[in-house]
Design a binder for this molecule. Sequence first.
Ligand SMILES: *[C@@H]1O[C@H](CO)[C@@H](O)[C@H](O)[C@H]1NC(C)=O
Ligand SMILES: *[C@@H]1O[C@H](CO)[C@@H](O)[C@H](O)[C@H]1NC(C)=O
Ligand SMILES: *[C@@H]1O[C@H](CO)[C@@H](O)[C@H](O)[C@H]1NC(C)=O
Ligand SMILES: *[C@@H]1O[C@H](CO)[C@@H](O)[C@H](O)[C@H]1NC(C)=O
Length: 435
Amino acid sequence: MWLKSQILLLYCIASEVWMAKRLDARRNLTKELYSLEDSGSAKWNRLKRSLYQGKSCRIRGCCTGRNDDCSFNIASRAAICYCDQFCASGPPGPIDCCADYWDACENAVEPTRSDEPWPPPASGCYKDGRYYGEGAIIKDNCNSCKCVQSNWKCSNEVCLVRPDLIHHINSGDYGWKADNYTQFWGMTLEEGFRKRLGTLPPSHSLLNMKAIPGSSVPEEKFPEFFAATYAWPDWIHDPLDQRNCGASWAFSTASVAADRITIHSDGQITDNLSVQNLISCDTGNQRGCNGGSIDGAWRYLTTHGVVSYACYPSFWKHHLDSPSENQCYVSSEYGKNHTNGPCPNALEDSNRLYRCGSHYRVSSKETDIMEEIMAKGPVQAIMKVYEDFFLYKEGIYRHSYKAGSKWKTHSVKLLGWGSLPGKNGQKQKFWAFLN
Ligand SMILES: *[C@@H]1O[C@H](CO)[C@@H](O)[C@H](O)[C@H]1NC(C)=O
Ligand SMILES: *[C@@H]1O[C@H](CO)[C@@H](O)[C@H](O)[C@H]1NC(C)=O
Ligand SMILES: *[C@@H]1O[C@H](CO)[C@@H](O)[C@H](O)[C@H]1NC(C)=O
Ligand SMILES: *[C@@H]1O[C@H](CO)[C@@H](O)[C@H](O)[C@H]1NC(C)=O
């Protein structure tokens, strides 16, 4: 709550500063004529003046360049208007010019008027210098604001991108930097959790799965840095964009499986695997773009297998966003090496199915995970995601506690590890992953 009201407050201050600047940018005349106490009414005075209907420049004559004496006093309105060229140039625009400036002064070309309303309305709201009428509804990041009795009334959602949190992280000592991602702007935190992640917490059966023991190689025997992308260049598949489909269960599984198949086949098979095949066809206990379990995904890869990405591309027929239309476009049978029909994407001939042997769990010991990655390729990991993770840009991510303690689970592909010297020279170890 506190953070939310602070954002709103900052916005109000920002808009007032902006108006004051806009007025200052011009001449010194404001002092007697306009009260700056109320920047709103000063603004209206400027507007009124600009629209004075009388003859001014025709009487006063026109001036070139800037000439502050080249003005006309409109006594009835307690205002001054100008007939010099300067009135039509620079900020805040042509609102200082006398009404007949455009007709009376040679070569003056009337610029498009700003969209300020006239006559000035008794009510309404401003945002970023734009006027909105009573009842107008606009979006302010993830919140929707309505203009009620000249004030914005906004919804109170927590946004996924919080400028204050970005600032907090970037000015703090967290070891990583935050950024504003266009694709997350305007989303609520809740939407981010729901649409950008999508892996269920590990099930009981997954947690109870016996971990295969590692050979307890001491840590010194491992290289300081390791990245699957260097060990097997060209064989590690880039992550595919999940967009607003909360199906990281399928994206991470297909990505790890594709790497493992390529490494296992010594580069004979390099196809990307179809995530859509998993999302749309593995529907037993899975919920497509609303989340699923990774053990379910691996079981499907063992029993049914999936086709290549080229055969069944992501977001095929645009139905992925709407779960009710999550229709499966391939049919596969146990033990068959090809689907029953051609590829959904008619340009691809190969309807070959890729299967995996049964999945297994690696022990949680760091060196056992390192040993597995080095010997056989990337592994999949389930991680807790806090809201600050959506802002991650570079560095070694660690959760900053100001970001709140809400989290959801996500699955990623671990590619390797490394370490960097920390601020005090101590070793900071990290995992490298793609998501
Ligand atoms: C505006 O104010 C500045 C500084 O106070 C002064 O130097 C300048 O002459 C003033 N201009 C006019 C037109 O009064
Ligand atoms: C973040 O990015 C969006 C979209 O590009 C932009 O509209 C918004 O002003 C940015 N916010 C900040 C705080 O930089
Ligand atoms: C896999 O997908 C990536 C990204 O779309 C693409 O660059 C790459 O060529 C694909 N690989 C194969 C073997 O199709
Ligand atoms: C499926 O492919 C495997 C490996 O290439 C092969 O051993 C097997 O005979 C094939 N099965 C059928 C039914 O074609």
